[in-house]
Design a protein around this ligand. Structure first.
Ligand SMILES: [Zn+2]
Length: 402
């Protein structure tokens, strides 16, 4: 199993120079490759393979203008090509937006695989640097001198703080207390989530307050004169406010996902097209604020770690509009309608609770559908969604019986 430890790093001025140069080269390689890929995709309608981008990188290093690319470790450059390739695969399969150019002012990072760093006795030395990188280890339960990472990621946040992240393979921990509880989870904007058992987790107010604080700082920054000292100060404040929002959100998502995974043996969620929804401008701020994508990522790895089953049901399944009691399907249901009464069986429904119940039923149908390993995204079915047809059959059976 893979896990990562992230801590603050304190590079020397010499290391800062070397790492900044590496970041610059990583960014350049990403942007030039993205440019070339975009051109080929738009004009020749061809997709570029990872091998092609890697070959181009070798050519660049041989040219006079770009020979300086050889002065930094080649590993982070190749890793950025790999990441870009993954980003394109996600784009082509409709899971993500088109990859964007990297800016000089945002978060910078470089990924080092085993051949590009040395770690012994808790001392980390990166390729093309001579002295160990100082970092603050804050995990008391893990002996850093025994640490043998498979990958090391060095990053500089836009507020100027440095971090180093160690990815390690660890044995699976003893699984948490076994439970057979199954729950369906409806993710929403009013409540962050509602389970099929009726548990609700509200969207944290703390985040809204932090976000207001952030936008206040952003407004102030916008009023500052370009190139002025005040602008620099305002910029640092925006970065710090960003960090606070980010940390508060991550903390909330971790606490919520851990509680969910502890309490249930099987968790069913809907496959939300977050990228698609974020494009809806009215909803976008609220959605990117709640962090569904990150929440799902956490659920996925925590379920794997704890031997829980995570089932992801098709997003075209009308979980809100279907009556969980009799299977009646409404033609439409406004987003603002919080309660409704089923015309088929007169059951009064809470919108989110009803959706959660349907998601659970759809997940059970997927599990019965015979796919043995129901963990992860592999369960998603293409084409005509199985859950929906299974639900319809059940509904028919109930109706003809009554
Ligand atoms: Zn009904």
């Amino acid at each position: 199993m893979r896990t990562a430890y992230k801590c603050r790093a304190y590079p020397t001025s010499e290391q800062i120079a070397a790492l900044s140069r590496t970041f610059g080269c990583v960014r350049l390689v990403w942007n030039m490759t993205l440019d070339e890929r975009t051109r080929r995709y738009r004009t020749e309608k061809t997709r570029t393979t990872y091998r092609e981008t890697d070959a181009t990188l070798t050519e660049w290093k041989r040219s006079d203008e770009l020979a300086f690319l050889s002065e930094v470790s080649c590993v982070p450059l190749q890793q950025t090509l790999r990441h870009q390739h993954t980003a394109f695969q996600n784009y082509f399969s409709g899971r993500a937006r088109y990859p964007r150019f990297k800016s000089r002012t945002g978060r910078q990072s470089a990924h080092y695989t085993r051949s590009a760093f040395r770690m012994r006795g808790g001392l980390l030395v990166l390729a093309k640097t001579s002295s160990p990188l100082r970092f603050a280890w804050s995990f008391d339960d893990v002996d850093v001198t025994e640490l043998s990472p498979t990958m090391v990621i060095v990053s500089r946040e836009s507020d100027g703080r440095w971090y180093v992240s160690f990815a390690v393979d660890v044995p699976k921990p003893d699984s948490v207390a076994a439970t057979t509880r199954e729950i369906g989870v409806d993710l929403g904007l009013k409540d962050f989530l509602v389970t099929s058992d009726g548990d609700r987790v509200a969207n944290p107010r703390l985040l809204a307050r932090r976000a207001r604080n952030l936008s206040r700082h952003q407004r102030r920054l916008a009023r500052c004169l370009r190139g002025s000292n005040n602008r620099l100060k305002a910029k640092a404040k925006v970065a710090r406010a960003h960090r606070k929002v980010r940390n508060a959100r991550r903390d909330f998502l971790h606490r919520t996902s851990t509680a969910l995974v502890r309490s249930s043996g099987t968790i069913v969620i809907e496959d939300l097209n977050v990228a698609g929804m974020v494009r809806n401008r009215r909803l976008s701020l609220a959605i990117s604020d709640v962090g569904w994508g990150e929440f799902r990522r956490q659920l996925q790895y925590k379920c794997e770690r704890a031997d829980r089953t995570l089932i992801v049901v098709d997003r075209w399944y009308p979980s809100s509009r279907t009556c969980s009691a009799c299977g009646h399907l409404l033609a439409t249901l406004e987003l603002s309608t919080r309660h409704w009464t089923c015309p088929g069986c007169r059951t009064r429904h809470d919108r989110d609770l009803n959706a959660a119940k349907n998601i659970l039923a759809a997940g059970r149908a997927v599990a019965r559908g015979g796919s043995g390993d129901a963990c992860g995204a592999d369960v998603r079915r293409q084409g005509e969604p199985l859950p929906r047809s299974a639900m319809k059959q059940e509904a028919h059976a109930v109706r003809s019986g009554s």
